[in-house]
Write a protein that binds this ligand. Structure first.
Ligand SMILES: Cc1ncc(COP(=O)(O)O)c(C=O)c1O
Length: 382
């Protein structure tokens, strides 16, 4: 495609009309297998685990949005992270942000480390820690920025500089920002990962994940993992994500506007403490957010005094829903200690700074005045 601007790419990359019928939407190819044209000859597809025309379209769109060389769609974000580490070998070492999504920690600690792969969690917001953690057998630095739920940023370009000098690749979980607000590949990352379940789909009606690579080796490796391990995204889910992508820039604009307004409201509320939102000038990494991100997004978290207060708040909200996940059109609130970080021990949670009263918000695209009024009445009930 020519170098179109972002909103045009979102509508058109991978989404040209169907050559057979002219349908302006990508058809959902619900076919597990494809007729061959001869022995070892096909029309581009032979079996849907290896490749499917609807999935191809989504993978083209994701590649364009992240500015990569190839995109690969998986059954969930976790399946994408599994694929990311599937080609590592016993004896390899991975440096990972300490503050990652707890599901990533569960996968690494309870499954991946059983294969003899060593995972080391470090504070990647401190580049000296990243530098010190890289060893001769380090193969990957995996970072999540901003982190969940404390919204701590990692300097992607800084990490890439350090890792590349030692011959190590960098992958970035870009789920919280979406490709609209952060371009890790432009900043030097080698691989971008998404839970498409979140902003890319945007409507909380499907699970999915993606990896976007930058080299022919990534393409070969991720195609092999798709075909060999098989946790691929279904054609229907691919369609849903393709449809979501068409409105992604518009949705993000509204998420962003609402996020800023809600954060501003919460920042002055007497019952709220330790509000974490990179768009506040009081955020310790506000300057990094300004230069690394194209906006501040709509994820934030804050503390109430206790678990009881958190419970009262979650019972009182009316528009915000008490639910895990993020990035959908509807606003969600969740108790971090028992949802995203429920699998982490209380001691570890406390050491991470996630206390019993910590609430995470995913601010949706409803009217911002209604959202603020909802939070106001719920905080009054605390
Ligand atoms: C930052 C991040 N990465 C990965 C995942 C996992 O994605 P999925 O739930 O699609 O498997 C999540 C899920 O919440 C997430 O928030």
């Amino acid at each position: 495609m020519p170098p179109y601007k972002y909103a045009t790419l979102a509508v058109h990359a991978g989404q040209h009309p169907d050559p057979l019928t002219g349908a302006v939407n990508v058809p959902v190819y619900l076919s597990s297998t494809f007729e061959l044209t001869g022995i070892g000859a096909d029309r581009g597809w032979d079996y849907s685990r290896a490749g499917n025309p609807t999935r191809d379209r989504l993978e083209t769109a994701l590649t364009a949005l992240e500015g990569g060389a190839s995109g690969h769609a998986f059954a969930s974000g976790m399946a994408a992270i599994s694929a990311l580490v599937a080609m590592l070998r016993a004896g390899d070492h991975v440096v990972c942000s300490r503050d990652v999504y707890a599901g990533t920690v569960r996968l690494f600690d309870r499954i991946v480390s059983g294969y003899g792969i060593e995972i080391e969690y470090v504070d990647t917001s401190n580049l000296a820690c990243v530098e010190a953690a890289i060893k001769p057998n380090t193969k990957l630095v995996h970072i999540e920025t901003p982190s969940n739920p404390l919204m701590v940023l990692t300097d992607i370009a800084g990490v890439a500089r350090i890792a590349h000098a030692r011959g190590v690749e960098v992958s970035v979980d870009n789920t919280f920002m979406s490709p609209v607000l952060q371009s890790p590949i432009e900043l030097g990352a080698d691989i971008v990962m998404h839970s498409t379940t979140k902003y890319l789909n945007g409507h909380s009606d499907g699970l999915g994940g993606a990896l976007i690579g930058t080299t022919p080796e990534h393409k070969e490796r991720f195609l092999l993992v798709q075909k060999a391990a098989g946790a691929v995204m279904s054609p229907f889910e691919c369609f849903l994500v393709l449809r979501g992508i068409r409105t992604l820039p518009l949705r993000i604009q509204q998420h962003e506007e609402n996020g800023r307004a809600v954060a501003h409201f919460l920042s002055t509320h007497p019952k709220v403490s330790k509000l974490a939102y990179p768009g506040l000038k009081t955020h310790p990494q506000y300057d990094l957010a300004l230069c690394q991100q194209k906006g501040f997004g709509s994820m934030m978290s804050f503390e109430l005094k206790s678990r009881d207060e958190a419970e009262r708040f979650l019972k009182a909200i009316k528009i915000f829903l008490n639910a895990e996940s993020l990035g959908g059109v509807e606003s969600l609130a969740s108790h971090s200690g028992t949802t995203t970080h429920g699998s982490v021990s209380e001691e570890v949670r406390r050491s991470m700074g996630i206390n019993e009263g910590r609430i995470r918000l995913s601010v949706g695209i409803e009217d911002k005045d209604d959202l603020i009024a909802d939070l106001d009445q719920a905080l009054a009930a605390v």
